[in-house]
Design a protein around this ligand. Sequence first.
Ligand SMILES: [Zn+2]
Length: 116
Amino acid sequence: MLIRSKSLVNSTKGSKTLFPNNVKTLKQVEITPVFVEEMPDKIVQGEVYISKKYHTSRHLCLCGCENLVIMPLDDGRQWWQLVEKGEKVSFIGSVGNYSFLCKSHYIITNNVANFV
Ligand SMILES: [Zn+2]
């Protein structure tokens, strides 16, 4: 199950930087990174599934609306870049779920989604 196709991507990649200090956070939601080879059928809210094999990541929108967010991974040029620091993960590139009703926009840094 190799997902690189643009049409399957719900999210819009926004800013390239990690969470900047000067942006006001609306709310913070903790996430749990789960490293997998194949994406599981059941995606649990609050868990971010990462497949290095297929360079992709999935989670349910962290606002709680349960829409599936698919984030392809690369070196950050076209898609999101995964940064691991021990047990903590960050994604370079914000997650903009503008196609969902919730219009959530957040940046995942050190296992915390900062809504902006
Ligand atoms: Zn949402």
